[in-house]
Write a protein that binds this ligand. Sequence first.
Ligand SMILES: [Zn+2]
Length: 244
Amino acid sequence: MSEINNQAKLLQATWLAPNNIKAYVTTCKDDFNLALHVNDNEAKVLINRAKLKESLPNTPLWLNQTHSIDVVDWTNIKYDVVNADASISTKSKDVCIVMTADCLPILLSNKTGDFVAAIHAGWRGLDNGIISETIKKLSGYNPNEMVAFIGPAICQKCFEVGKEVLDSFSSKNPSDRQFFMESENHNKYLCNLRKIAEQRLFEAGLKIENISNKNICTKCNTSWFFSYRSSCSTGRFATLIWKE
Ligand SMILES: [Zn+2]
């Protein structure tokens, strides 16, 4: 990823989407928090959001993320804040956006740039099927032709979880055990969210070579990204996408 806009701190996503698809990741530089729900100064967050908007064709379609598997399709509805963890649109200049600080930000489009989708996937969302729910909503498009971007998120080494997380995944998908390593701490495991997401995308029909899985850890790179595991009292960066 490369920095292109200093004021809004945008990094351009590098992936296999065609040129009419624009996709960016913000950073934590200059305390560029974009979340209103993290006890930050509201006026400051709104200034950051206004700065971000200057680089975009429209006001982003912010979600109230709740670790659900709810997906909203903005194509034919008027924007209002809704509870959802993924959004899609086929309309030009609709800016789909998710906020994260360790969870996975995932973007989708296809080789012909017909639609955009942004997904917020923490372990609960992944486990409950947020990826397959989003792809189900895109039923008019062939997953074989889809491209995906998995952005900065916590790495396996940094993401220690209890056995209940391993049990929850492996009760649905026994082969998911391969994405957990025993931690040096008793009854704890290191979970590779990034690889689980890649597997779910593959199972939904995407070709592995069309999935750009960026190995950038939020907790290992706190000078670039917010990380909840690094500090509970932290901001959120955004991953966003639109079609021209
Ligand atoms: Zn890490």
